[in-house]
Design a protein around this ligand. Structure first.
Ligand SMILES: O=C(O)CCC(=O)C(=O)O
Ligand SMILES: [Fe+2]
Length: 342
């Protein structure tokens, strides 16, 4: 199904969860077609309970409603620790695609990583693991509902990501569990973002979120229909809005999926634009973004069923190597350095 004239299809996952093998393959083929053409899809019938989505949305809103001085209490104590609150303009997404002179993003966000590690598993105690799996920072003193709501939401997203990765495997004519051992110890960040009202015009060239591709396997996004929203860059160079379907999630592929498939699938450029000037007030918009990122040591190299008879376009990398490179570019802003030094 297409959403009235949109380049992004809406795909019902009900049969992928409960159907026969043939029905699962049918849904997988729809996912594959979207992955190949635009790298974005909207999924309904995903099985995530609406109360879990609502609770995470409301707790996040309460968090961003706090006075700036309270939010600052939940900043990370160390620039190398990607946890907790990051203020307006601390990130610069456009610089992750090498755009020189790009302006920092007009948004604030809060990052949560995994919380359910098995201390008996040596994977979680290597030096790399210790760097990645930092303790989360929870705003319990101000928004006690945040931690339980976000943990529930994170768990639901991890389950949905597994289903989507299984569909990706089927779409690529691989065994359904082909990705399983590459994502079973994933290093996903859940980033809750708030794009405030814009009573004043921003600087020329500054956006809510600059153009970029996502860094991981795939992203699951829950956002709101507000003036100034998400746009994707089509293959012929047009920026198109992504439809907001109530209760559905937006999925987009990240760089690792493009590298795995030798660019048969696209990690599509996208951005969040500013509201039209007359609608700057009342345009506040909030997103919950689950950046599904494979196990840190997952090797990302061309999948055997892709690029048959062609040379591989990318040198092999690992999940963490690619993520580290992008995060360093993202945080290369004066405000990031200033607040982290404070
Ligand atoms: O808020 C959105 O709609 C998308 C944000 C985004 O692309 C990102 O955080 O990577
Ligand atoms: Fe993104």
């Amino acid at each position: 199904m297409k959403f009235a004239g949109s380049v992004v299809p809406v795909i019902d996952l009900t049969k992928a969860r409960t159907g026969s093998e043939a029905e699962k393959q049918q849904v997988a083929d729809e996912v594959g077609a979207a992955a190949r053409s635009i790298g974005f899809l909207v999924v309904s019938g995903h099985g995530v309970p609406q109360p879990v989505i609502d609770a995470a949305t409301e707790a996040s809103r309460s968090l961003f409603d706090l006075p700036a001085a309270d939010k600052a209490k939940y900043r990370s104590p160390d620039p190398a620790i990607y946890r907790g609150y990051f203020g307006i303009e601390t990130g610069n997404l456009a610089s992750t695609i090498g755009e020189d002179g790009a302006k920092p993003d007009h948004r604030e966000y809060y990052n949560v990583g995994r919380f359910d590690l098995d201390p008996a598993d040596p994977y979680f105690t290597t030096p790399t693991a210790r760097r990645i799996f930092q303790e989360n920072i929870w705003p319990d003193a101000h928004v006690p509902a945040f931690k339980p709501a976000i943990i529930d939401y994170y768990r639901e997203m991890a389950g949905l990501a597994e289903l989507l990765m299984e569909l990706c495997a089927r779409a690529l004519h691989l065994p359904a569990d082909w990705f399983a051992d590459k994502i079973d110890k994933h290093i996903t960040n859940l980033v809750v973002s708030n794009y405030p009202d814009q009573p004043e015009e921003l600087e020329v060239g500054q956006l809510r979120a600059g153009a970029h591709t996502d860094y991981g396997g795939l992203t699951i996004l829950k956002t709101e229909d507000k003036p100034g929203g998400l746009e994707v860059l089509t293959a012929d160079g047009r920026w198109e809005p992504v439809p907001i379907v109530p209760g559905a999630f937006i999925i987009n592929l990240g760089d690792l999926m493009a590298q795995w498939t030798n660019d048969e699938w696209v990690s599509t450029m996208h951005r969040v634009v500013n509201p039209p000037r007359a609608q700057g007030v009342g345009s506040r918009r909030q997103s919950l973004v689950f950046f599904h990122q494979p196990n840190y040591d997952a090797v990302i190299e061309c999948i055997p069923t892709c690029a048959v008879g062609q040379a591989a376009k990318y040198a092999p990398t690992t999940s963490i190597e690619h993520l580290d490179m992008k995060m360093n570019q993202m945080n290369d802003t004066p405000k990031f350095k200033e607040t982290q030094a404070a």
